[in-house]
Design a protein around this ligand. Structure first.
Ligand code: C2E
Ligand code: MG
Ligand code: MG
Ligand code: MG
Length: 276
């Protein structure tokens, strides 16, 4: 009997694994359905200038309010969308939605906000990415200088030649480029010099325990100092407390993003934050 022989291939089809793959398939189907039926939303989290607290830009973040499951975290569904490939059409949709919103705010007389949009690895390696971005920029008429793409270190380091050529093309289009979650990957700032980057985002991991950890203070300080010496704009993510705000501002961090200021909110709610 297959079940009793651990070396038999059939033994892999244990009830537990089976249940897992069925649940997984159901989740993938549910995500696809939610996207098709327009249930996914884009929210916007402000990035404020450390110097005076004014909102300089926003980061577009996907939200999935599920009728039964509640809010499903992007940390859960983005990796699934990556694996199934749904992230490509989904990412295109987020980009278009975010660009339209940026232009709408501008038309309403709001200050020119920099709109940041995340790209994931699968999107970044998609051959059609450049053309997709170019056609969305044209279709929405967003000023390319107001659009920033957030890319992680690992995406840059996977294929350095390709990444630097792609980033060069984006740069010539006039877009802004940011390295997200900086400090968690394997790249060094020296490596980053090879890319036409505008902004460095210090990962939340170094901000979280800033108050209690001398090590994290040293890391945050070092990232800020080196980024500044390379002429990069520095943003800290995950800022939750006033002491974190003070520390980062005093060390020369340009922009702050985190729950201390606001979580990601629907477009209408951002207007209230802007006039505050
Ligand atoms: P990320 O790009 O690093 O986005 C920042 C994450 O930190 C967001 O999580 C945001 O809600 C969270 N955050 C911001 N401030 C604070 C804070 O003060 N405290 C804490 N604890 N968290 C804070 P979120 O929205 O859950 O997104 C997680 C990740 O999912 C993002 O990390 C990004 O990698 C990915 N993601 C989200 N939306 C998109 C999207 O439209 N496209 C792609 N490709 N990825 C996305
Ligand atoms: Mg990001
Ligand atoms: Mg980040
Ligand atoms: Mg992240």
């Amino acid at each position: 009997q297959a079940k009793e022989d651990g070396r038999n291939g059939f033994a892999f089809y244990s009830p537990a694994l089976n249940r897992h793959s069925i649940e997984r398939l159901a989740f993938e189907t549910e995500l696809q359905r939610a996207f098709d039926q327009g249930q996914l939303q884009v929210h916007y989290q402000p990035k404020v200038l450390a110097a005076d607290g004014r909102i300089k830009g926003v980061e577009a973040l996907l939200r999935w309010p599920h009728p039964e499951m509640g809010a499903v975290s992007p940390a859960k569904f983005i990796p699934v969308a990556e694996e199934t490939g749904l992230i490509v059409p989904l990412g295109r949709w987020v980009l278009e939605e975010a660009c339209r919103q940026q232009v709408a705010w501008k038309r309403e007389g709001r200050p020119d906000l920099v709109m940041a949009v995340n790209l994931s690895a699968r999107q970044f390696s998609d051959e059609a990415l450049f053309d997709d971005v170019a056609s969305i920029v044209t279709a929405t008429a967003i000023d390319p200088g107001n659009l920033e793409l957030e890319i992680t270190e690992s995406m840059l380091m996977r294929d350095i030649e390709r990444a630097s050529s792609l980033l060069g093309r984006f740069k010539r289009m006039g877009l802004r480029l940011a390295v997200d979650d900086f400090g968690t990957g394997y790249s060094s700032l020296a490596n980053l010099r090879r890319f036409p980057i505008d902004t460095l985002k210090i990962d939340r991991a170094f901000v979280r325990d800033l108050e209690g950890s001398g090590e994290d203070q040293a890391i945050a300080q070092a990232i800020i100092t080196m980024a500044k010496s390379l002429g990069l704009n520095v943003v800290a993510e995950g800022v939750e407390t006033l002491p974190q705000v003070d520390f980062l501002r005093d060390r020369g961090c340009d922009e702050l993003q985190g729950f201390y200021f606001s979580k990601a909110v629907p477009a209408q709610e951002l207007l209230a934050l802007l006039s505050r």
